[in-house]
Design a protein around this ligand. Structure first.
Ligand code: PLP
Length: 283
C-alpha cells in the first residue's frame, strides 16, 4: 500500500506530497506541529494534542486551518487510507505561502499537512536496558512552550547526542538547571523517592506524555515535585527517565558517561513505563 499524505486539501501519495517553495514554514520556520501516537487504530491523548496545537497557533497568531471537527476527520482519513493502526501521525500548520517578507502576509491561508509513519519506535530493549543522555547548554529562544517547527537548536543537540553515542541531550539553562531534552521531557527520582520534573514554564514544551505520566502519578499517589533540577542533582539521583510521544517513557541510566545509581533502570521508572504503556494501549 502506498503511503498517503494530506497536504492543503488533498490526499496524495507521499512521494508527490509537497508544499510551495514560498511556504513560510520552509522559509522562516513560521509554523507549528504535533506528533500523535496511534495505537490499535486509536489516537493516544488526542484531546490534549489538539488543545496544545490550538495554543501554539494562538501564540503565533496563525489561524486554525479548519474546524476541529474537520481536522479530526482528516486525521482519521489519513489513518484509514494508510492502514496506519499503529504508528505516529505528524501534523503541521504553517502560516501559509506568500512572497518572502518577514511581517505577516495579508492574504496567506494556513497550510495544513498530515503524514503517517507506520511503525512506532522505540526498540523495547531501550525500555528494558535504559538509555544514555548527555548534557548541553540550552541555546534556544524564550518560548519553548510553543511547539514551533523552528527546531535547529534541537537538531544540533540531538546530533551531538548521537555522535556521543547517547539517545538524547538534556539542555541546561544559564543557572545550571536542566530544561528538557531536544525532543523529550526530563525527570529524576531523588534519593528520598520524590519524582521531580520541571514545571511547565516557557522554558519547556509541556509534553502530552508528561501530562499523562503526571496524571498517573497523581492517581497512584506518587510523591511529585514540579521544579527545576540541576545537572549535579540528576547525577546524584536514584533514577532518571524521559518522556515523549515517540520515546514513550525510557529510563535514563547514564548521564554524561556516568551511571545513574547502579546504571540499571530504576524501579519507579519501570513501573511508570508500564503504567504509561497501559494508558497508551487503552486510548
Ligand atoms: N520537549 C520537546 C522539545 C519536544 O519536542 C517534545 C516532543 O516532541 C517533548 C518535549 C515531548 O512532548 P510530547 O510528550 O507531547 O511528545
Amino acid at each position: 500500500m502506498s503511503r498517503i499524505a494530506y497536504v492543503a486539501g488533498q490526499y496524495l501519495p507521499h512521494r508527490q506530497a509537497a508544499v510551495h517553495i514560498e511556504d513560510r514554514g520552509y522559509q522562516f520556520g513560521d509554523g507549528v506541529y504535533e506528533v500523535i501516537a496511534v495505537v490499535g487504530g486509536h489516537l493516544v491523548d488526542e484531546a490534549p494534542h489538539l488543545t496544545r496545537l490550538h495554543r501554539s497557533l494562538t501564540e503565533l497568531r496563525i489561524p486554525a486551518p479548519m474546524s476541529d471537527a474537520a481536522l479530526k476527520l482528516v486525521i482519521r482519513e489519513v489513518i484509514r487510507r494508510n492502514g496506519a493502526d499503529n504508528g505516529i501521525l505528524y501534523l503541521q500548520v504553517t502560516r501559509g505561502t506568500a512572497p518572502r517578507e518577514h511581517a505577516f502576509p495579508k492574504a496567506a491561508k494556513p497550510v495544513f499537512v498530515v503524514t503517517p509513519r507506520r511503525s512506532r519506535p522505540p526498540d523495547p530493549r531501550l525500555g528494558q536496558e535504559g538509555i544514555a543522555v548527555i548534557t548541553i547548554p540550552d541555546i534556544r529562544w524564550q518560548r519553548c512552550d510553543i511547539k514551533s517547527v523552528a527546531l535547529v537548536p534541537n537538531v544540533l543537540g540531538k546530533q551531538q547526542a548521537r555522535e556521543a553515542g547517547a539517545y538524547e541531550a538534556w539542555q541546561v539553562d544559564r543557572e545550571g538547571l536542566v530544561t528538557e531534552g531536544t525532543s523529550t521531557n526530563a525527570w529524576i527520582v531523588t534519593q528520598d523517592d520524590a519524582v521531580v520534573t520541571r514545571a511547565a514554564d516557557n522554558a519547556i514544551l509541556n509534553g502530552v506524555t508528561r501530562g499523562a505520566v503526571l496524571e498517573i502519578m497523581r492517581r497512584e499517589g506518587y510523591r511529585l515535585d514540579e521544579r527545576p533540577f540541576s545537572v549535579a542533582e540528576a547525577r546524584a539521583a536514584r533514577e532518571a527517565f524521559l518522556t515523549s510521544t515517540t520515546a514513550e517513557l525510557l529510563p535514563v541510566v547514564r548521564i554524561d558517561g556516568n551511571p545513574v545509581a547502579d546504571g540499571k533502570p530504576g524501579q519507579l521508572s519501570r513501573k511508570l513505563r508500564e503504567a504509561y504503556l497501559t494508558h497508551a494501549a487503552a486510548a
